[in-house]
Design a protein around this ligand. Structure first.
Ligand SMILES: [Zn+2]
Length: 486
């Protein structure tokens, strides 16, 4: 969700509301704090979701396509994952007795959610069939880590897709046509998840479609697993709501997650991902990417409604961008999925104002789209370079923040800064000590009846700026445990 995606989604939303579009504000456009995040990884200039999620959720730069490992973890090297594991925000929150949760429209074992609970030398090791045979006895697949290992088994809420990695390839009773389980070890991890909660006397529920999801009474649930699809959940424009394959929206899942998590008096950490924005961009399909961005906007609106900025920090960001552009000379109010006001001055052919630098939208010879409806769900935007999938983009992505200590999000920061800022804001994890120090100073100043700090600038006077929380080193040798403020 690079800036182009945010701008185009904002205009689409405004136009859906009957406005010209450009002047519309998404929910997070109104957040008072903004930063830019650098998304390179240890060994790549343009990041992938595994390494970027590790930066975003664990606070270390990682190697391309690894999960929850520092620089000592190497891609597909099972052994290297034993001494390179790093804690995530979920560990920090659980150590403070807070509740934790994941909501995503991808498989719950996909790269971004996985970085919160798993340590894997490959983001693709979602179930045991993907592990090389010699690694199978040594390294647990990501789905098993979610169900069996800390912190995965202690996550209160897990909502998303990807049942296939939880069920056996041999158990035909759980299968629908063309929906085969992937597990070779014959485990049913859904049953195992339920059994683990029962053994620990925890109030838990599993749901598999919107019907079951809607009928849940969250008052008596502290642990909720919802796997709504065999593979990823549907893009918002394709989502069914009825019957055995009906899926809840990202906003509905976010609301239900918060209802469960707020049972905990110590507070909670919740990760919400509109994970299929990325998938639509990979196919040069701007419409699905933008509508999925608007689904995220609705989820954020739901979170805003259920929380208060005096005790909750909301951070909205992306793991990386895409090679997605928006330009031309369109008139004000031009359909955001439409063509430029004038055709190309070279070949006299029309082009959409949204385009991709690479991907499947490439055609050897430019085609005449003057009679094509470029606003339909399945329209594929043109690209300049042929590729089966478009690539991620390498430019900085925005970070929007609102609520407690949101002011620390400013300037151009490393992606690894984000979890540390959250650690500071929420008084947990590696910057708990700084948060407590500031709180003590705040109390002391209050006791001294210090009038230097006026009410209006209360936060700014007492809290450190983003410059005071050190930026992580960009060198691979950086680890979070040798990273101190002097
Ligand atoms: Zn991607």
């Amino acid at each position: 969700m690079g800036i182009t995606t945010v701008t185009a989604a904002r205009i689409l939303k405004g136009q859906q509301l009957g406005l010209s579009g450009e002047e519309h504000q998404l929910s997070f456009d109104d957040f008072p704090n903004i930063a830019l995040s650098k998304t390179y990884t240890i060994d790549s200039q343009v990041g992938d979701s595994g390494a970027c999620a590790t930066a975003l959720l664990n606070g270390v730069k990682a190697r391309y396509e690894t999960i929850g490992l520092d620089e000592n973890g190497f891609y597909e090297d099972c052994h290297s994952s034993f001494n390179s594991r790093v804690k995530s925000i979920a560990d920090w929150a659980l150590e403070e007795g807070k509740a934790t949760g994941i909501v995503t429209t991808t498989r719950v074992t996909h790269a971004t959610p996985a970085a919160l609970y798993a340590h894997s030398a490959s983001r693709y090791w979602e179930s045991d069939d993907k592990l090389p045979p010699n690694a199978r006895t040594q390294c647990k697949d990501i789905a098993r880590q979610l169900v069996e290992e800390y912190p995965g088994r202690d996550l209160n809420v897990i909502l998303g897709g990807g049942r296939r990695h939880f069920i056996s390839a041999m158990d035909w009773s759980t299968q629908r046509p063309n929906e085969f389980g992937r597990r070779l070890d014959n485990r049913n991890l859904i049953d195992n998840w339920l059994r683990d909660k029962k053994d620990r006397d925890l109030k838990a529920s599993y749901v598999k479609n919107k019907l079951e999801f809607d009928s849940l009474n969250t008052t008596h649930i502290d642990y909720l697993l919802g796997l709504f699809s065999h593979n990823h959940m549907a893009h918002e424009v394709d989502r069914e709501t009825d019957g055995p394959t009906g899926e809840p929206s990202l906003a509905e899942m976010t609301t239900k997650a918060i209802e469960v998590l707020r049972h905990n008096p110590n507070g909670y950490f919740l990760l919400v991902e509109s994970g299929r924005i990325d998938h639509a961009h990979h196919l040069n399909n701007a419409k699905r990417a933008l509508v999925d961005t608007l689904a995220l906007d609705e989820a954020i609106q739901a979170a805003i409604k259920l929380t208060h900025p005096s005790n909750t920090l909301l951070v909205v960001t992306a793991d990386h961008s895409h090679v997605f552009t928006f330009g031309g000379s369109p008139k004000r109010g031009n359909h955001i999925l439409g063509t430029d006001s004038k055709p190309s001055d070279v070949d006299s052919l029309h082009y959409t104002t949204l385009l991709y630098a690479n991907g499947p939208g490439y055609t050897r010879k430019r085609i005449n789209i003057s009679t094509v409806d470029t606003t339909i769900n399945d329209y594929i935007q043109e690209s300049a370079v042929p590729r089966r999938w478009d690539t991620h983009g390498g430019e900085d992505v925005p970070v929007y923040a609102q609520g407690v200590n949101g002011h620390v999000f400013r300037g151009v920061v490393e992606q690894t800064f984000i979890p540390y800022a959250i650690s500071y804001a929420a008084c947990m994890g590696p910057f708990k000590w700084l948060c407590e120090k500031q709180l003590n100073r705040q109390q002391q100043q209050h006791l001294n009846n210090n009038n230097n700090c006026h009410k209006q600038c209360h936060n700014q006077c007492l809290m450190p700026s983003s410059q005071q929380i050190p930026k992580p080193k960009s060198s691979p040798s950086y680890r979070n445990n040798n990273f101190y403020i002097t």
